[in-house]
Ligand binder design. Structure first.
Ligand code: CDP
Length: 213
């Protein structure tokens, strides 16, 4: 069983996907962390994430790149990720790993929940249930602001909102697997929902998809 969860940054998709995985007893893959590791690995080596050749090499060598969580979750890593993610060769290099996880998730589980930008459209177009999780830019910026404030003790709302808008623009307008809602995905707008309400709504949508199979 595969559940695809796509959507823009800070829409709540990561938390929702993790909670769905626990609820249905499935494995979980955060595909954004793969792009973050590629992008941040390059930044740390002093490389330019826009350098297509070096980015492809970094993606092909990804299994050798372990980075601490705080580095992967940083805003700098998110920005570098969205630059390498526009590179078709990087996406191709990461596709096999993601599809391998989908067909054979680690552990004694009967499927996986995978979150990202192109899971329902490119990685797992035949997923059993697809969610497209979104929220207004202001709400997403507010969430990211509170998250950073808690983690790093300081955060700049205006900067965060501008960074998210730039990332949305890059993700939606790139030619390689742009962020779009799959035709058969259910839309979940979390703008006015807290996390418990969003998770409850996500379960109801997934149950409805599964009942239709
Ligand atoms: O956590 P957040 O939603 O901010 O970002 P993320 O899901 O970790 O993804 C970081 C960046 O990686 C995104 O802005 C996308 O450009 C890229 N990405 C992608 O292109 N395809 C995916 N399946 C996952 C992430």
């Amino acid at each position: 069983m595969i559940i695809a969860v796509d959507g823009p940054a800070a829409s709540g998709k990561g938390t929702i996907a993790r909670r769905l995985a626990t609820h249905y007893g499935l494995g979980y893959l955060d595909t954004g962390s793969l792009y973050r590791r590629v992008g941040m690995g390059m930044v740390l080596r002093g490389e330019d994430p826009a350098d297509e050749k070096l980015a492809k090499q970094a993606a092909l060598a990804l299994s050798a790149t372990e980075l601490p969580d705080e580095q992967i979750r940083s805003e700098q890593a998110g920005a570098a990720a969205s630059i390498v993610a526009a590179n078709q060769a990087v996406r191709a290099a990461l596709r096999a790993y993601q599809q391998g996880f989908a067909s054979n998730p680690p552990g004694d589980v009967k499927g996986a929940v995978i979150d990202g930008r192109d899971i329902g459209t490119v990685i797992c177009p035949g997923a059993d249930a697809k969610l497209f999780v979104t929220a207004s830019l202001e709400t997403r910026a507010e969430r990211r602001y509170l998250e950073l404030l808690k983690r790093e003790g300081a955060a700049d709302y205006t900067q965060i909102e501008a960074d998210l808008a730039a990332r949305d623009e890059r993700d939606a307008n790139r030619s390689a697997s742009p962020l779009i809602q799959a035709e058969d995905a259910c839309l979940l707008d979390t703008t006015k929902l807290d996390i418990e309400a969003a998770v409850a709504e996500a379960k109801a949508l997934v149950d409805a998809c599964l009942a239709q199979r």
